[in-house]
Design a protein around this ligand. Structure first.
Ligand SMILES: Cc1cc2nc3c(=O)[nH]c(=O)nc-3n(C[C@H](O)[C@H](O)[C@H](O)COP(=O)(O)O)c2cc1C
Length: 198
């Protein structure tokens, strides 16, 4: 069956061999039909990003996933570099920059902090959605749709069965996006895309 949406997962993890969570999430989605994975730190350890190759990848997919651990309330630095270089004026934005129009972007992050710590009086001032605002705005400027993020919280505390559950949820989300099973209305309502799973 031809998938409704082709998905590419761009992984930005500088020390994936030390990862407890992202590695399991990636193992779970590896090999899914219509889903390809690119390990950007492996491709560009010296930060010399092949802009044309990356743009070609974007053109060939409908949904782009930025998967990374949350580092200092943002992404590891290579994602910022990738955005700076790949989302060029005249390609991704600007009067004639419409190459990405109509595509969607999903942020898939893991965070040491627990969900209830974010955006609360007692914990961290800003919510995850607030912290991801620069990514959301970037996507909007490029005329793409920013999906509610997939977030795995409290990574230091997660036991192996909870990590497996997060990986199962990730598979359901990625398959659902690929197959177009979530309605726009339902997606719109979610703070996190995780919450769409009953
Ligand atoms: C440099 C660095 C910065 C981090 N900053 C944050 C942060 O701002 N917020 C947070 O919740 N966790 C933070 N963490 C924890 C990581 O997000 C967490 O260890 C990671 O998501 C776990 O995933 P992994 O096992 O795949 O590496 C940070 C970790 C490192 C190494």
């Amino acid at each position: 069956m031809v998938p409704k949406n082709k998905i590419v997962i761009l992984v930005f993890h500088p020390v994936l061999h030390k990862s407890r969570i992202n590695r399991v999430l990636l193992n779970a989605v590896e090999g899914l039909e219509g889903v390809s994975i690119r390990y950007i730190y492996d491709l560009y350890p010296d930060y010399q990003i092949d802009i044309k190759a990356e743009q070609e990848v974007l053109l060939n997919h409908d949904i782009i996933v930025w998967q990374h651990p949350l580092y200092w309330y943002s992404s590891p630095s290579l994602l910022k570099e990738w955005i700076d270089l790949v989302l060029e004026h005249g390609f991704a934005y600007g009067k004639s920059g419409r190459a990405l129009e109509g595509k969607s972007v999903l942020t898939a992050i893991t965070s040491g902090g627990r969900r209830d710590a974010y955006g609360s009086d007692k914990g961290l001032k800003f919510s995850i959605r607030n912290l991801l605002a620069p990514f959301e705005q970037t996507v909007c400027l490029c005329r793409m749709r920013y999906l509610p993020p997939f977030v795995t919280h409290g990574t230091h505390l997660l036991k192996s069965d909870q990590i497996e559950k997060a990986a199962e949820d990730y598979v359901r989300i990625i398959e659902g996006l690929r197959d177009g099973t979530f309605s726009d209305d339902d997606l719109e309502k979610q703070e996190y895309i995780n919450d769409i799973i009953p």
